[in-house]
Design a protein around this ligand. Structure first.
Ligand code: SF4
Length: 473
């Protein structure tokens, strides 16, 4: 007797099955998490803090945590001694950034499990987080993207044909443990003496504007740092307004992680008034003015961030976009990335734009993921979000620039070396006939490799030590 399709499941030619109970989607929407401002009075240091103080940017800056002593005062017994000791050891022996966190950011920590908390894992790295055998990749370096080599004037990186990066200053309202500009940004730490701008700020900014006036091939300026939330608004308005006066500039993106770290800054009346004047001027001149922020985990999407981002749209910004960093232990699962993307879209109207692979700066190994892992994550993100809001996972390849992770030209999985090509010359290759024929390398974390791959890197590391001894002998 023939069985009916309804009685039994069977596979169709395309592999679909009929007649069984529907299987669950790998990712579940709507999200189960809430969109609320966590109660700051649960943190011992902020028990008596009023709503008015909490929502004041001045109060937030004044109470920003700058060292372990202040962290202990803010968190009290919620900070386990073992973690405090490990953070202290890390600051002495591994950290490339000093501690700097606003109360607003601290309030998004899960104080029930600070060891595992994603924000803690990248803003307050502990020695025990780092990989014991491979805290550092043998090819890691300060300024791993060689931005300073591509400066046209101090702080103005001209890497792509039509785009530049203007580093207005070297401070932020918060310091991220994995900061790619660890070479320049922030305070000195025991492991890193920071590079300093030599030219005064007014002179540097003037020189940047002059270069842009004289370079019509540039249409797009990322106004960054550091973080533009630390540029006094009168100065920021003046700089951006002068950019808007340059006819070849068609796109301006202000870069501020502070939109999330201290949304109170962006909600101040004088700041919004200045930004609105800029947005009106940009619109009149057919220039797209946007703000790019840096949120790495859904826990950081709170109503204050949503309010600040929506204000920017309300006053005429073209967009607010997120450029997160893909970090193991923080967000490197498809669930984490999708949750973050939906929280940004649904509650803050922030466009999930990029996730960068963590750059090859010193001591970043435990955060980095392999290119193969990033490709899998990109695969797993597809199809859930609108196409225009599906974040691209990109690898910022030294001397190349951003490449989508599926653009890899060749990949030696055993040694964890990916090879990349490019289709334009950076600012330092105008006279280099081979620049577009070369293949450029990026390296997976060694501990993700097979034993044979790890043995290769052990030999490389030993050879590097031997040759440095020979040089110094
Ligand atoms: S906000 Fe950006 S520039 Fe500042 S420390 Fe973090 S990653 Fe670095």
């Amino acid at each position: 007797m023939l069985s009916t399709p309804h009685a039994h499941s069977h596979a169709t030619a395309s592999g679909h099955t009929h007649g069984t109970a529907p299987a669950a989607q790998p990712f579940k929407y709507p999200l189960e998490r809430q969109f609320v401002e966590p109660d700051w009075t649960r943190l011992p240091g902020y028990q008596g803090t009023s709503k008015q103080d909490w929502e004041s940017a001045v109060w937030q800056r004044k109470h920003t945590v700058k060292n372990l002593k202040e962290l202990k005062a803010a968190l009290g017994p919620l900070l386990p001694d073992s973690l405090a000791e490990s953070i202290e050891k890390d600051q002495r022996e591994r950290a490339t950034m000093s501690i700097l966190l606003t109360p607003h950011m601290l309030n998004t920590l899960n104080t029930d499990d600070l060891w595992a908390d994603p924000l803690r894992r990248y803003m307050l790295p502990a020695f025990a987080d780092r990989h014991p055998a491979w805290p550092n990749h043998p090819r890691a370096s300060r300024d791993s993207l060689h931005e300073a080599e591509m400066w046209k004037v101090e702080g103005l990186t001209h890497r792509y044909p039509t785009k530049v990066l203007a580093e207005l200053l070297s401070t932020c309202p918060q310091y991220c443990g994995h900061c790619t500009r660890m070479d320049l940004v922030g305070n000195d730490v025991p492991q890193v003496e920071k590079m300093r701008f030599k030219v005064t700020q007014p002179e540097r900014w003037k020189a940047m504007l002059e270069y842009l006036r004289e370079t019509p091939t540039v249409r797009d300026v990322v106004v960054s740092g550091g973080d533009v939330a630390n540029v006094p608004i009168v100065q920021l308005e003046s700089f951006v307004s002068q950019l808007l006066d340059i006819p070849n500039i068609r796109d301006i993106r202000l870069a501020s992680k502070g939109l999330m770290g201290i949304p109170q800054h962006w909600l101040q009346d004088n700041v919004l008034a200045a930004l609105e004047r800029l947005a009106v001027k940009a619109f009149e001149r057919n220039v797209d003015l946007a703000l790019h922020t840096h949120v790495n985990n859904a826990n950081q999407v709170t109503p204050l961030l949503g309010k600040a981002a929506k204000k920017l749209l309300e006053i005429g910004f073209r967009d607010v976009r997120n450029q997160g960093v893909l970090l193991r232990g923080v967000n490197a699962t498809s669930k984490d990335l999708l949750e973050l993307s939906f929280m940004l879209l649904d509650h803050a109207r922030i466009l999930p734009y990029y996730f960068y692979m963590c750059d090859m700066i010193p001591n970043s190994e435990h955060w980095r993921v392999a290119v193969g892992e990033a490709q899998q994550l990109q695969h797993d993100l597809m199809g859930y979000l609108p196409g225009f809001a599906t974040p691209r996972i990109v690898c910022d390849v030294p001397y190349v620039g951003k490449r989508w992770v599926h653009q890899v030209a060749a990949y030696d999985r055993e040694k964890g070396i990916s090879y990349w090509t490019k289709n334009y010359r950076t600012g330092i290759e105008q006279d280099d006939p081979e620049a577009l024929n070369r293949r450029y390398e990026y390296f997976d974390p060694v501990y993700t490799l097979t034993e044979a791959g790890q043995a290769y890197w052990r030999e490389q590391a030993q050879a590097a030590v031997a040759s440095s001894h020979a040089i110094h002998a």
